[in-house]
Write a protein that binds this ligand. Sequence first.
Ligand code: NAD
Length: 365
Amino acid sequence: MSTKAFKIAVLPGDGIGVEIVPQGIKALDAVANKLGISFEYNEALVGGAAIDAVGTPLPKETLELSLASDAVFFGAVGGAKWDNLQPVSMRPEPGGLFPLRKSLGAYANLRPVVVFESLTSASSLKADRLEGGLDILFVRELTGGIYFGKPKERREIDGEVVAIDTCSYSDFEIRRIAHMAFLQARRRSGIVHSIDKANVMETSRLWREVVTEVAEQYPDVKLTHMLADNCGMQLLRNPKQFDVILADNLFGDLLTDEAAMLAGSLGMLPSASIGEQHGGLYEPIHGSAPDIAGQDIANPIATILTAAMMLRYACDCPDGAVMIRCAVESVLNEGYRSSDIATEYSNVVSCSKMGDLIADKILQD
Ligand code: NAD
């Protein structure tokens, strides 16, 4: 492990972003204290907060800081005040987060869905479907597909307003994300489910062809193709059949939100967005949750587990990642819960208190 200070660009963003990111930093500081490593944090504006302050969702300074850092620790962006601004490039997600991911070359979004034993009762599924725990890794393509394809516009055709989104994928984009999924599967139980709609979409037909071709280089990994609608159903019917799920940008987005409820809440799921040139962007999978923002009640665990992914992938510090994960598990085992995962027997704590408990646990162990 390196002895240098890791340069972390900290971008809290909007809504609960400003409440959850400090909880992740507490966990990182506790790890730094225990392992004798150090972090240099530099905070910058993104999303609605940046629009309000300087008139653009991704200021030049924020992009430059992110590119010059070892990793970017991101909260969430968006809110009613900014989500309908025109042009679309002025909005927090399409104008802030998406170009940031693209500029960092972060084409692979790794989203682990882990059900902690103590949270099986918070899951939307019956406990028997999750017995023995659940551990799925989604590998979602992040910088292509329908969120980026051009044209993306409205036109008047024969007197009617027509909205157009374009889904396009190159064989190069599909090949590199497929390699990522197979490499991850090799380190796990060696099963990849590749998700598409090859029955109706041309991009999906290319996706299936290229993934099949890449699979030939990984004879030790079992590949199954599955239609996206079937996958949505199978995640609820028998989630334990899955190990690595490879999906494009749109299907990955939808299916991981669904899978979040297996883990009890959107507030439990971390993610790492990585590529080849940069240490990556680390963000919880949820949004800025305006409905609960400003109340100190958000669940910070997704963000704290995101900090653990950053330690593993960007800071070459797998020990720190394990320390965070064990601390989260212990605090949950002791019965502490944020309100989104609480039952009548839980000890319900605030967002900041949960951050303190997890950081203290790291320091004590
Ligand atoms: P959301 O993920 O913000 O919230 C969906 C629901 O989950 C809400 O009821 C919210 O209270 C709850 N929730 C989310 N995170 C939680 C947490 N940590 N703890 C407890 N509950 C949590 O999605 P949304 O409501 O559809 O979108 C709100 C805003 O966030 C929009 O502006 C949207 O564009 C933006 N958004 C941003 C990102 C991102 O920054 N990566 C992702 C998705 C949505």
